[in-house]
Design a protein. Structure first.
Length: 294
């Protein structure tokens, strides 16, 4: 057991911020010392107060006014808000984990580059679709470098898409596409998101289509299953639901994500995967701090 915990602040008290709070409460390395938004009557604020967590409706100003309140900051606001927040947090010397698709900090997919991220002051968690699909896209390219094109179609329950998700859809598709290209090296990519209104709500599904010729299917399958096992260590509900299969010049892999059900329903795997990934980065950073203090 860890006797000392690293203090973290959460800005944004919506679905993502509140789910982060629940996950941090379970962490042996992290302690939430500030849960801040702009609406003092928000459901997130009320829940945090009942949990005995220090709250504020001054958002980023709560950290400006008391810089020592935390070492790590999760920004779960919006891409637009993070533009200003990032400048302030950089000046304050805070390690910032951005859960918006702002693309200000270096993109981080824990299974790929968490070690590099720990030496930066601002890391971006890409998008939910990016966290789910980019590692598989990279695995495909690593095994078949001649792959010409990768397309990701993310289908999520409409109920799991709150105001923040809907506001950032344009940024979501662009950031996910960019992440696929940056991490995998594929020449061309595309990302699509579908908000499915079905009842009962569907689980998050990401379907990856890769255009290629004569793939080494066994090699790709072995690597994909390795990646699945690694991601499951911090996203328990992550699984390969189909594939890889190949026909007519196209490789297909389908991913399904079931949420842990901490604050959000289990069908909200799209939100769960990004909060799980963010906590993974924070815990690795906390280990680094604690090691340096030994």
């Amino acid at each position: 057991m860890i006797s000392q915990k690293i203090k973290v602040g959460i800005i944004g008290t919506g679905n993502i911020g509140t789910d982060l709070l629940y996950k941090i409460q379970r962490s042996e390395l992290l302690e939430c010392s500030l849960f801040a938004g702009r609406d003092a009557e928000s459901q997130g604020i009320k829940r945090a107060e009942k949990m005995g967590v220090h709250t504020s409706h001054q958002s980023i100003d709560a950290i400006k006014n008391e810089p020592t309140i935390c070492d790590i900051v999760f920004d779960a606001t919006s891409a637009k808000a993070h533009i200003q927040n990032a400048k302030i947090l950089k000046e304050l010397g805070k390690f910032t984990i951005d859960l918006t698709p702002s693309r200000i900090g270096k993109m981080c997919i824990p299974v790929i580059n968490v070690s590099e991220a720990l030496d930066l002051d601002n890391v971006n968690m890409v998008t939910c679709g990016g966290q789910a699909s980019v590692p598989i896209a990279k695995a495909i390219m690593d095994c078949n470098p001649e792959t010409e094109y990768i397309e990701v179609v993310a289908s999520i329950s409409s109920k799991s898409a709150g105001p923040g998700t809907r506001l950032n859809i344009d940024e979501y598709t662009q950031t996910t596409k960019d992440a696929i290209k940056v991490f995998s090296g594929v020449p061309s990519a595309k990302a699509i998101i579908i908000l499915n209104p079905a009842e009962p709500p569907i689980l998050m599904n990401n379907t990856i289509y890769a255009k290629m010729k004569e793939p080494n299917l066994e090699k790709i399958k072995a690597r994909v299953l390795e990646i699945e096992a690694e991601i499951k260590q911090y996203v328990p509900g992550y699984k390969i639901a189909l594939g890889p299969i190949y026909e007519n010049g196209r490789l297909v892999v389908m991913i399904e994500v079931t949420g842990r059900g901490d604050y959000l329903p289990s069908y909200s795997g799209n939100l769960d995967i990004i909060t799980c990934a963010a906590v993974k980065v924070a815990e690795e950073y906390a280990k680094k701090i604690l090691k340096n203090h030994e």
